[in-house]
Design a protein around this ligand. Structure first.
Ligand SMILES: [Zn+2]
Length: 430
Protein backbone atom coordinates (compact mmCIF):
# COMPACT_ATOMS: atom_id res chain seq x y z
CA UNK A 1 0.00 0.00 0.00
CA UNK A 2 2.79 2.33 0.92
CA UNK A 3 4.63 1.45 -2.29
CA UNK A 4 1.56 2.23 -4.34
CA UNK A 5 1.22 5.67 -2.74
CA UNK A 6 4.90 6.30 -3.32
CA UNK A 7 4.71 5.59 -7.07
CA UNK A 8 1.45 7.50 -7.40
CA UNK A 9 3.12 10.57 -5.98
CA UNK A 10 6.03 10.31 -8.40
CA UNK A 11 3.64 9.82 -11.28
CA UNK A 12 1.61 12.89 -10.25
CA UNK A 13 4.77 14.93 -9.96
CA UNK A 14 6.03 14.04 -13.43
CA UNK A 15 2.60 14.47 -14.92
CA UNK A 16 2.33 17.97 -13.43
CA UNK A 17 5.63 19.12 -14.88
CA UNK A 18 5.02 17.75 -18.37
CA UNK A 19 1.36 18.69 -18.37
CA UNK A 20 2.19 22.30 -17.69
CA UNK A 21 5.03 22.46 -20.20
CA UNK A 22 3.00 20.91 -23.00
CA UNK A 23 0.21 23.42 -22.67
CA UNK A 24 2.41 26.39 -23.48
CA UNK A 25 3.58 26.14 -27.04
CA UNK A 26 7.15 27.16 -27.79
CA UNK A 27 8.43 29.90 -28.08
CA UNK A 28 5.92 31.43 -25.62
CA UNK A 29 6.84 31.73 -21.96
CA UNK A 30 4.61 32.52 -19.01
CA UNK A 31 6.12 34.66 -16.27
CA UNK A 32 6.38 33.11 -12.83
CA UNK A 33 5.14 36.42 -11.46
CA UNK A 34 3.33 39.34 -13.05
CA UNK A 35 5.60 41.73 -14.90
CA UNK A 36 8.39 39.11 -14.82
CA UNK A 37 9.22 40.11 -11.25
CA UNK A 38 11.44 37.62 -9.48
CA UNK A 39 9.22 37.18 -6.43
CA UNK A 40 5.79 38.07 -5.07
CA UNK A 41 4.91 39.75 -1.78
CA UNK A 42 1.52 40.04 -0.08
CA UNK A 43 0.93 42.19 2.99
CA UNK A 44 -1.98 40.81 5.01
CA UNK A 45 -3.51 42.62 7.98
CA UNK A 46 -5.81 40.84 10.44
CA UNK A 47 -8.52 41.62 12.99
CA UNK A 48 -9.88 45.04 11.83
CA UNK A 49 -7.47 47.07 13.99
CA UNK A 50 -8.34 50.70 13.32
CA UNK A 51 -4.74 51.93 12.83
CA UNK A 52 -4.48 49.61 9.83
CA UNK A 53 -6.76 52.10 8.07
CA UNK A 54 -5.49 55.32 9.60
CA UNK A 55 -1.72 54.62 9.72
CA UNK A 56 -0.83 51.72 7.39
CA UNK A 57 -3.23 52.32 4.49
CA UNK A 58 -1.92 55.85 3.71
CA UNK A 59 1.66 54.48 3.69
CA UNK A 60 0.73 51.87 1.08
CA UNK A 61 -1.41 54.26 -0.94
CA UNK A 62 1.43 56.79 -1.18
CA UNK A 63 3.55 54.12 -2.89
CA UNK A 64 0.63 52.61 -4.85
CA UNK A 65 1.05 49.23 -3.14
CA UNK A 66 -1.93 47.00 -2.37
CA UNK A 67 -2.84 45.43 1.00
CA UNK A 68 -5.12 42.62 2.13
CA UNK A 69 -7.37 43.08 5.14
CA UNK A 70 -8.65 39.86 6.72
CA UNK A 71 -11.77 40.92 8.63
CA UNK A 72 -13.43 39.31 11.60
CA UNK A 73 -17.00 40.33 10.99
CA UNK A 74 -18.17 40.36 14.63
CA UNK A 75 -15.48 42.96 15.41
CA UNK A 76 -16.40 46.57 14.65
CA UNK A 77 -15.48 47.57 11.12
CA UNK A 78 -15.38 50.88 9.27
CA UNK A 79 -17.21 49.57 6.21
CA UNK A 80 -17.10 52.89 4.35
CA UNK A 81 -13.30 52.89 4.60
CA UNK A 82 -13.05 49.21 3.60
CA UNK A 83 -15.35 49.78 0.62
CA UNK A 84 -13.22 52.70 -0.53
CA UNK A 85 -10.03 50.65 -0.05
CA UNK A 86 -11.56 47.81 -2.08
CA UNK A 87 -12.43 50.22 -4.87
CA UNK A 88 -8.81 51.37 -4.82
CA UNK A 89 -7.52 47.83 -5.41
CA UNK A 90 -6.94 46.64 -1.85
CA UNK A 91 -8.43 43.34 -0.82
CA UNK A 92 -11.02 42.71 1.87
CA UNK A 93 -11.12 39.02 2.74
CA UNK A 94 -12.48 36.83 5.55
CA UNK A 95 -11.15 35.97 8.99
CA UNK A 96 -14.30 34.27 10.44
CA UNK A 97 -17.24 35.77 12.35
CA UNK A 98 -16.19 35.18 15.94
CA UNK A 99 -12.42 34.55 15.77
CA UNK A 100 -12.88 31.10 17.32
CA UNK A 101 -10.67 28.08 16.76
CA UNK A 102 -11.89 26.23 13.63
CA UNK A 103 -10.53 22.96 15.06
CA UNK A 104 -12.98 23.03 17.97
CA UNK A 105 -16.36 23.30 16.27
CA UNK A 106 -19.11 21.24 14.71
CA UNK A 107 -19.43 21.19 10.93
CA UNK A 108 -22.56 23.30 11.21
CA UNK A 109 -20.81 26.01 13.24
CA UNK A 110 -17.75 25.91 10.97
CA UNK A 111 -19.91 26.34 7.85
CA UNK A 112 -21.50 29.38 9.44
CA UNK A 113 -18.05 30.78 10.36
CA UNK A 114 -17.01 30.34 6.72
CA UNK A 115 -20.10 31.36 4.81
CA UNK A 116 -21.43 34.22 6.90
CA UNK A 117 -18.35 36.54 6.71
CA UNK A 118 -18.07 35.91 2.98
CA UNK A 119 -21.70 36.94 2.45
CA UNK A 120 -21.32 39.95 4.74
CA UNK A 121 -18.16 41.20 3.02
CA UNK A 122 -19.54 40.71 -0.49
CA UNK A 123 -22.77 42.48 0.47
CA UNK A 124 -21.02 45.40 2.17
CA UNK A 125 -18.59 45.89 -0.73
CA UNK A 126 -21.11 45.17 -3.47
CA UNK A 127 -18.99 42.56 -5.23
CA UNK A 128 -18.12 38.86 -5.14
CA UNK A 129 -14.42 39.16 -4.50
CA UNK A 130 -14.19 37.47 -1.09
CA UNK A 131 -12.46 34.24 -2.14
CA UNK A 132 -9.82 33.81 0.59
CA UNK A 133 -9.85 33.28 4.32
CA UNK A 134 -7.27 33.61 7.09
CA UNK A 135 -7.70 30.98 9.79
CA UNK A 136 -8.06 32.29 13.36
CA UNK A 137 -5.01 31.08 15.32
CA UNK A 138 -3.88 29.54 12.00
CA UNK A 139 -6.08 26.49 12.58
CA UNK A 140 -7.82 25.49 9.36
CA UNK A 141 -10.27 22.91 10.70
CA UNK A 142 -11.78 20.68 8.02
CA UNK A 143 -9.99 21.75 4.81
CA UNK A 144 -12.58 20.00 2.63
CA UNK A 145 -15.32 22.11 4.17
CA UNK A 146 -13.28 25.31 3.85
CA UNK A 147 -12.55 24.61 0.19
CA UNK A 148 -16.28 24.51 -0.55
CA UNK A 149 -16.36 28.25 0.09
CA UNK A 150 -12.84 29.59 -0.49
CA UNK A 151 -10.13 29.06 -3.11
CA UNK A 152 -7.35 29.68 -0.60
CA UNK A 153 -6.66 29.83 3.12
CA UNK A 154 -3.83 31.61 4.87
CA UNK A 155 -2.07 29.85 7.70
CA UNK A 156 1.23 30.88 9.37
CA UNK A 157 3.98 28.29 9.09
CA UNK A 158 6.58 31.07 8.98
CA UNK A 159 8.36 30.36 5.73
CA UNK A 160 8.41 31.97 2.26
CA UNK A 161 6.12 29.97 -0.03
CA UNK A 162 7.36 28.42 -3.27
CA UNK A 163 6.13 29.76 -6.61
CA UNK A 164 3.37 27.14 -6.49
CA UNK A 165 2.44 26.42 -2.87
CA UNK A 166 2.02 22.81 -1.92
CA UNK A 167 -1.51 23.52 -0.74
CA UNK A 168 -3.37 26.75 -1.48
CA UNK A 169 -5.64 25.94 1.47
CA UNK A 170 -2.64 26.07 3.83
CA UNK A 171 -0.52 28.99 2.61
CA UNK A 172 2.34 29.93 4.88
CA UNK A 173 2.66 33.44 6.22
CA UNK A 174 5.34 35.12 8.30
CA UNK A 175 4.27 36.87 11.47
CA UNK A 176 5.47 40.48 11.93
CA UNK A 177 5.73 42.92 14.84
CA UNK A 178 6.83 42.55 18.44
CA UNK A 179 5.50 38.98 18.76
CA UNK A 180 6.66 37.89 15.31
CA UNK A 181 9.97 37.04 13.67
CA UNK A 182 10.08 40.14 11.44
CA UNK A 183 10.34 43.48 13.23
CA UNK A 184 12.92 45.79 11.70
CA UNK A 185 13.45 47.23 8.22
CA UNK A 186 16.42 44.90 7.89
CA UNK A 187 14.28 41.87 8.89
CA UNK A 188 11.72 42.79 6.23
CA UNK A 189 14.31 43.37 3.51
CA UNK A 190 16.27 40.20 4.30
CA UNK A 191 13.06 38.16 4.15
CA UNK A 192 11.93 39.50 0.78
CA UNK A 193 15.45 39.19 -0.63
CA UNK A 194 15.38 35.50 0.28
CA UNK A 195 12.16 35.16 -1.75
CA UNK A 196 14.04 36.38 -4.84
CA UNK A 197 16.48 33.49 -4.71
CA UNK A 198 13.66 30.91 -4.81
CA UNK A 199 11.24 32.92 -6.99
CA UNK A 200 8.95 32.51 -4.02
CA UNK A 201 5.87 34.16 -2.57
CA UNK A 202 6.32 36.01 0.71
CA UNK A 203 3.11 36.54 2.71
CA UNK A 204 3.51 38.84 5.71
CA UNK A 205 1.00 38.68 8.57
CA UNK A 206 0.39 41.90 10.51
CA UNK A 207 -1.83 42.88 13.39
CA UNK A 208 -1.33 46.26 15.06
CA UNK A 209 0.78 49.18 13.91
CA UNK A 210 2.21 51.90 16.17
CA UNK A 211 -0.39 51.46 18.87
CA UNK A 212 -2.04 49.16 21.25
CA UNK A 213 -3.16 45.81 19.96
CA UNK A 214 -1.50 42.49 19.30
CA UNK A 215 2.13 42.44 18.06
CA UNK A 216 2.47 46.00 16.80
CA UNK A 217 4.92 46.79 14.02
CA UNK A 218 6.66 50.14 14.09
CA UNK A 219 5.69 52.27 11.07
CA UNK A 220 9.18 53.80 11.04
CA UNK A 221 10.56 50.28 10.44
CA UNK A 222 7.95 49.36 7.83
CA UNK A 223 8.14 52.59 5.80
CA UNK A 224 11.76 52.21 4.49
CA UNK A 225 11.00 48.59 3.60
CA UNK A 226 7.93 49.60 1.57
CA UNK A 227 10.03 52.20 -0.23
CA UNK A 228 12.60 49.49 -1.02
CA UNK A 229 10.11 47.06 -2.57
CA UNK A 230 8.27 49.82 -4.44
CA UNK A 231 11.56 50.94 -5.99
CA UNK A 232 12.38 47.44 -7.26
CA UNK A 233 9.47 46.16 -9.37
CA UNK A 234 11.84 43.88 -11.32
CA UNK A 235 12.51 42.03 -8.07
CA UNK A 236 9.12 42.24 -6.31
CA UNK A 237 5.55 41.98 -7.49
CA UNK A 238 3.41 43.42 -4.70
CA UNK A 239 -0.12 42.09 -4.90
CA UNK A 240 -3.06 41.29 -2.70
CA UNK A 241 -3.26 37.79 -1.31
CA UNK A 242 -6.08 36.67 -3.63
CA UNK A 243 -4.65 38.31 -6.74
CA UNK A 244 -1.50 36.28 -6.14
CA UNK A 245 -3.60 33.11 -5.77
CA UNK A 246 -5.42 34.01 -9.01
CA UNK A 247 -2.08 34.50 -10.77
CA UNK A 248 -0.56 31.22 -9.55
CA UNK A 249 -3.63 29.16 -10.45
CA UNK A 250 -3.98 30.67 -13.92
CA UNK A 251 -0.23 30.54 -14.62
CA UNK A 252 -0.19 26.82 -13.89
CA UNK A 253 -3.32 26.09 -15.96
CA UNK A 254 -2.72 28.31 -18.97
CA UNK A 255 -2.87 26.97 -22.52
CA UNK A 256 -1.10 28.93 -25.27
CA UNK A 257 -1.34 27.94 -28.90
CA UNK A 258 -0.05 29.74 -31.96
CA UNK A 259 -2.73 29.91 -34.60
CA UNK A 260 -1.20 32.04 -37.32
CA UNK A 261 2.36 33.08 -38.11
CA UNK A 262 2.45 35.48 -41.04
CA UNK A 263 5.26 37.80 -41.98
CA UNK A 264 3.50 40.75 -40.33
CA UNK A 265 1.07 39.12 -37.94
CA UNK A 266 1.19 36.43 -35.27
CA UNK A 267 -2.03 35.15 -33.75
CA UNK A 268 -2.30 33.03 -30.64
CA UNK A 269 -4.97 31.80 -28.30
CA UNK A 270 -4.42 32.13 -24.55
CA UNK A 271 -6.95 30.22 -22.50
CA UNK A 272 -7.57 28.11 -19.42
CA UNK A 273 -10.41 25.94 -18.18
CA UNK A 274 -10.79 27.61 -14.79
CA UNK A 275 -13.84 29.41 -13.38
CA UNK A 276 -13.73 32.75 -15.15
CA UNK A 277 -15.77 34.52 -12.50
CA UNK A 278 -12.72 34.09 -10.21
CA UNK A 279 -9.71 33.61 -12.49
CA UNK A 280 -9.86 36.70 -14.66
CA UNK A 281 -6.70 38.70 -13.96
CA UNK A 282 -3.86 39.45 -16.40
CA UNK A 283 -1.00 37.02 -16.86
CA UNK A 284 2.44 38.12 -18.10
CA UNK A 285 3.66 36.39 -21.24
CA UNK A 286 6.59 36.81 -23.58
CA UNK A 287 7.44 35.72 -27.08
CA UNK A 288 10.57 36.37 -29.17
CA UNK A 289 9.86 38.54 -32.20
CA UNK A 290 10.85 37.42 -35.69
CA UNK A 291 14.34 38.73 -36.42
CA UNK A 292 13.15 41.24 -39.05
CA UNK A 293 10.66 42.89 -36.68
CA UNK A 294 11.75 46.15 -35.05
CA UNK A 295 8.52 47.02 -33.29
CA UNK A 296 5.20 45.38 -32.58
CA UNK A 297 1.86 46.06 -30.95
CA UNK A 298 -0.46 43.62 -29.23
CA UNK A 299 -4.21 43.63 -29.70
CA UNK A 300 -6.97 41.59 -28.12
CA UNK A 301 -10.60 42.11 -29.16
CA UNK A 302 -9.51 44.99 -31.35
CA UNK A 303 -8.04 46.89 -28.39
CA UNK A 304 -4.37 47.50 -28.00
CA UNK A 305 -2.97 46.09 -24.78
CA UNK A 306 0.23 47.39 -23.15
CA UNK A 307 3.44 45.69 -24.20
CA UNK A 308 7.13 46.37 -24.24
CA UNK A 309 10.11 44.91 -26.01
CA UNK A 310 13.21 43.77 -24.16
CA UNK A 311 16.59 42.82 -25.50
CA UNK A 312 17.42 39.20 -24.67
CA UNK A 313 21.06 38.65 -25.69
CA UNK A 314 20.54 40.53 -28.92
CA UNK A 315 17.13 39.01 -29.68
CA UNK A 316 13.99 41.09 -29.34
CA UNK A 317 11.36 39.68 -27.02
CA UNK A 318 7.92 41.19 -26.55
CA UNK A 319 6.29 41.10 -23.11
CA UNK A 320 2.62 41.72 -22.46
CA UNK A 321 -0.11 41.15 -19.88
CA UNK A 322 -3.25 39.43 -21.07
CA UNK A 323 -6.44 38.13 -19.50
CA UNK A 324 -6.97 34.52 -20.66
CA UNK A 325 -10.21 33.53 -22.41
CA UNK A 326 -10.75 37.09 -23.54
CA UNK A 327 -10.26 36.61 -27.28
CA UNK A 328 -7.29 35.71 -29.44
CA UNK A 329 -4.16 37.80 -29.10
CA UNK A 330 -2.57 39.40 -32.14
CA UNK A 331 1.04 40.47 -32.32
CA UNK A 332 1.19 42.97 -35.14
CA UNK A 333 4.39 44.06 -36.76
CA UNK A 334 4.28 47.82 -36.52
CA UNK A 335 6.18 50.90 -37.46
CA UNK A 336 6.51 51.80 -41.11
CA UNK A 337 5.39 49.05 -43.43
CA UNK A 338 8.85 47.68 -44.16
CA UNK A 339 7.92 46.00 -47.38
CA UNK A 340 10.84 44.49 -49.15
CA UNK A 341 10.53 44.39 -52.88
CA UNK A 342 11.00 41.02 -54.42
CA UNK A 343 11.37 39.85 -57.97
CA UNK A 344 7.65 40.13 -58.63
CA UNK A 345 6.24 43.16 -56.86
CA UNK A 346 7.31 46.66 -55.91
CA UNK A 347 5.93 46.82 -52.39
CA UNK A 348 6.79 50.47 -52.01
CA UNK A 349 3.96 50.98 -54.48
CA UNK A 350 1.45 49.14 -52.24
CA UNK A 351 -1.35 51.45 -51.21
CA UNK A 352 -4.59 50.72 -49.43
CA UNK A 353 -7.04 53.59 -49.50
CA UNK A 354 -9.02 55.17 -48.08
CA UNK A 355 -7.98 53.95 -44.64
CA UNK A 356 -9.94 54.41 -42.39
CA UNK A 357 -12.65 53.50 -44.90
CA UNK A 358 -16.44 53.42 -44.98
CA UNK A 359 -17.71 50.92 -47.51
CA UNK A 360 -14.98 50.19 -49.98
CA UNK A 361 -11.21 49.95 -50.03
CA UNK A 362 -8.89 50.02 -52.99
CA UNK A 363 -5.67 48.08 -53.05
CA UNK A 364 -3.08 49.43 -55.44
CA UNK A 365 0.23 47.79 -56.28
CA UNK A 366 2.83 47.47 -59.00
CA UNK A 367 3.67 44.10 -60.49
CA UNK A 368 6.95 43.60 -62.33
CA UNK A 369 5.62 40.69 -64.32
CA UNK A 370 2.39 38.80 -64.95
CA UNK A 371 1.63 36.88 -61.75
CA UNK A 372 -1.07 35.27 -59.67
CA UNK A 373 -1.95 37.57 -56.82
CA UNK A 374 -4.18 36.59 -53.93
CA UNK A 375 -5.76 39.17 -51.73
CA UNK A 376 -7.70 38.45 -48.52
CA UNK A 377 -9.36 40.40 -45.78
CA UNK A 378 -9.43 38.72 -42.36
CA UNK A 379 -10.86 39.75 -39.04
CA UNK A 380 -9.16 39.59 -35.64
CA UNK A 381 -10.09 35.92 -35.28
CA UNK A 382 -8.36 35.08 -38.53
CA UNK A 383 -11.68 34.45 -40.30
CA UNK A 384 -11.54 35.23 -44.01
CA UNK A 385 -14.18 37.79 -44.91
CA UNK A 386 -13.14 38.25 -48.49
CA UNK A 387 -10.68 36.59 -50.75
CA UNK A 388 -9.75 36.87 -54.40
CA UNK A 389 -7.06 35.14 -56.42
CA UNK A 390 -6.39 36.34 -59.91
CA UNK A 391 -3.72 36.57 -62.58
CA UNK A 392 -2.65 40.18 -63.06
CA UNK A 393 -0.60 41.67 -65.85
CA UNK A 394 2.56 43.55 -65.07
CA UNK A 395 2.36 47.21 -64.19
CA UNK A 396 0.15 49.22 -61.86
CA UNK A 397 -2.89 47.23 -60.69
CA UNK A 398 -5.93 47.94 -58.55
CA UNK A 399 -8.40 45.78 -56.66
CA UNK A 400 -11.58 47.42 -55.34
CA UNK A 401 -13.27 45.61 -52.47
CA UNK A 402 -16.67 46.40 -50.93
CA UNK A 403 -16.63 45.74 -47.17
CA UNK A 404 -19.69 46.49 -45.09
CA UNK A 405 -20.81 45.81 -41.57
CA UNK A 406 -17.50 45.65 -39.73
CA UNK A 407 -17.40 49.09 -38.21
CA UNK A 408 -16.26 48.00 -34.75
CA UNK A 409 -13.69 45.44 -35.83
CA UNK A 410 -10.06 45.75 -36.75
CA UNK A 411 -9.47 44.06 -40.09
CA UNK A 412 -6.32 43.09 -41.92
CA UNK A 413 -5.71 42.72 -45.60
CA UNK A 414 -3.12 40.26 -46.84
CA UNK A 415 -1.61 40.36 -50.30
CA UNK A 416 0.30 37.33 -51.46
CA UNK A 417 2.48 36.89 -54.53
CA UNK A 418 4.37 33.62 -54.98
CA UNK A 419 4.35 32.83 -51.29
CA UNK A 420 5.45 36.34 -50.25
CA UNK A 421 2.85 37.82 -47.93
CA UNK A 422 2.37 41.39 -46.79
CA UNK A 423 -0.22 42.59 -44.37
CA UNK A 424 -1.87 45.91 -43.61
CA UNK A 425 -4.32 46.91 -40.93
CA UNK A 426 -7.69 48.27 -42.06
CA UNK A 427 -9.82 50.55 -39.97
CA UNK A 428 -13.55 50.54 -40.79
CA UNK A 429 -15.50 53.64 -39.71
CA UNK A 430 -19.17 54.50 -39.56
ZN1 LIG B 1 -6.85 37.10 14.01
Amino acid sequence: MQKFTHYSLIFCFIYTIIGTAQNVESPYEVAIWKGFSKSAISYTWDDNISEQLTVALPMYDALNLKMTFFLTTSFSANWDAYKEASENGHEIAAHSISHSNFGDMTDETLINELLNPQETINAKLGNNKCISIAYPYCVSGDINLVSNYYVSGRSCQGYVESQTPNDLMQVSSISCGTEGTVKTTEDFNTTVDSAITTNGWCVFLFHAIDGSGWSPVDSSELQPHLEYVAANPNKFWIATYSDTVRYITQRDAIIIQEILNKSDLIQCSITHNLDQTIYNTPISIQRPLPSDWEEATITQNGTEIPSHIIDDNGAKVIRFDVIPNNGDVFINKSGELSLEDNEYITYSSLKVYPNPFKEKVTLEFFLKEKKNVSFSIINQSGKKLYTIEKKFYSGKQKIKVPINGYKNEVLFCIIEVDGHQKLKKLIPTN
